[in-house]
Design a protein around this ligand. Structure first.
Ligand code: V47
Ligand code: SF4
Length: 367
């Protein structure tokens, strides 16, 4: 039941006091929030933190996602995107294809390219360095946010070099930051069940630590709505918060709603609106050292993305232009929104749209 209790009568009174006082929430608080049905109280508290940190601003970016290949040596049970090399719909874009895709959107004002793909069983680091350096030479003013921690660790492994060297080479080639994918849920038992071949949660965190130490900032995600429990969710958030205390390298946290269609997880439904809103709001409340909570509208749907702006979210990602990972798994959202569409859906919620670059600098256009 959705509670409309007043602030005085809430069962979350202790948590409310901590939030109003700016105190950090602990593990038990996180569990209590997930177990609570007081969704409006949770939202109201998350909104207090959201407005404290980001006022009435809602950020968006003009960007393009490029999923350069669906060929992947792993077979995570929740993934509908990956293919074996010899499957008929497997693809690997050439660097020329990638440059062409990029040039269309850069002409339209994109400031970011968001580039991720599967773990190709043969390509070494050289291919990825060439991809980044070619893009950087052609579009020097565009921020290249590319390769999840899982891809970085794979490039290092296949090329027989360290993660530090891999990141350094990519940074020298023009890499600007890392996206937050591949975190899934850190809990070893969940990973063993869903993605046993994947980089462990510990190694995902170590890779991000290395990136932050090299001056590469990143995002962080969590894939929810499959077999994880509240304990797994809260532990995941606390591990992110711990690393952020050390490095301050994360920019935003992005909860990713599991889409079950075409995956090996049969019999699962899409996430509910209440779980989605809780993930954003509790993420906002637990991650007191993250500046931004992002709703990736492609996964969440445009309507709920609007509602999420009152549940802790201050960033709605961007124009995106094309997306394959969630659309392979049944997402019914469009693959792109125009700037006008993004601005009006933000304004309709009473928030102020702010165009940002990847590092959250405000962009002011004079045309
Ligand atoms: O790592 C895979 C997830 C991620 C499914 O950093 C799925 O700004 C839902 O990380 N249902 C890739 N999710 C996307 C990603 C991302 C997206 C937008 C912005 C940013 C950012 C990062 O998608 C993967 C995996 O965790 N994923 N399969 C699925 N069936
Ligand atoms: Fe490969 Fe990533 Fe899909 Fe796992 S989630 S199968 S690593 S593309």
């Amino acid at each position: 039941m959705i509670s409309t209790q007043t602030l005085n009568s809430t069962k979350l009174y202790d948590i409310q006091e901590k939030v109003l006082d700016g105190q950090r929430l602990g593990y038990e608080d996180g569990i209590k929030l997930f177990e609570s049905d007081e969704i409006l109280t949770i939202g109201r508290l998350a909104n207090i933190v959201r407005e404290r940190k980001n006022k009435n601003n809602t950020y968006y970016i003009i960007n393009r996602h490029i999923n350069y290949s669906n060929i992947c040596k792993n077979s995570c049970k929740f993934c509908a995107f990956s293919r074996d090399k010899d499957e008929s719909d497997a693809y690997l874009m050439s660097i020329e294809d990638i440059l062409n895709k990029a040039s269309q959107v850069v002409q339209d004002g994109a400031t970011e390219l968001h580039i991720v793909g599967g773990l190709h069983p043969e390509l070494g680091l050289d291919f990825y360095v060439k991809m980044i350096s070619s893009l950087h030479e052609r579009f020097p003013n565009v921020h290249l946010q590319a390769f999840t921690a899982v891809e970085i660790a794979h490039f290092a492994d296949i090329s027989g070099i360290t993660i530090h060297e891999t990141l350094r080479e990519l940074k020298n080639a023009g890499l600007g930051s890392l996206p937050g994918g591949g975190a899934e849920v850190f809990s070893p038992s969940i990973r063993e069940e869903l993605c046993p071949e994947k980089l462990s949660g510990e190694d995902w965190l170590k890779t991000m630590r290395e990136a932050h130490h090299l001056g590469l900032r990143s995002n962080a995600t969590m894939l929810y709505g499959h077999i994880e429990g509240n304990e797994d969710r809260v532990s995941h958030l606390l591990r992110l918060r711990e690393l952020q205390d050390d490095t301050n390298g994360f920019m935003s946290f992005i909860p990713l709603a599991f889409h079950p269609k075409n995956t090996d997880l049969k019999g699962f439904s899409n996430t509910t609106g209440i779980l989605d809103l809780k993930m954003f709001a509790i993420g906002r409340l637990m991650l007191d050292n993250f500046d931004h909570i992002k709703a990736f509208w492609i996964m969440l749907g445009v309507k709920l993305a609007q509602v999420s702006l009152s549940f802790g979210v201050d960033d709605i990602d961007g124009t995106v232009a094309e997306e394959k990972i969630t659309h392979s798994a049944g997402a019914e959202t469009p693959e792109a929104l125009t700037v006008d569409e993004i601005e009006s859906l933000i304004k309709e919620t009473g928030r102020d749209p702010v165009e940002r670059d990847t590092l959250y600098n405000r962009i002011i256009r004079h045309n």
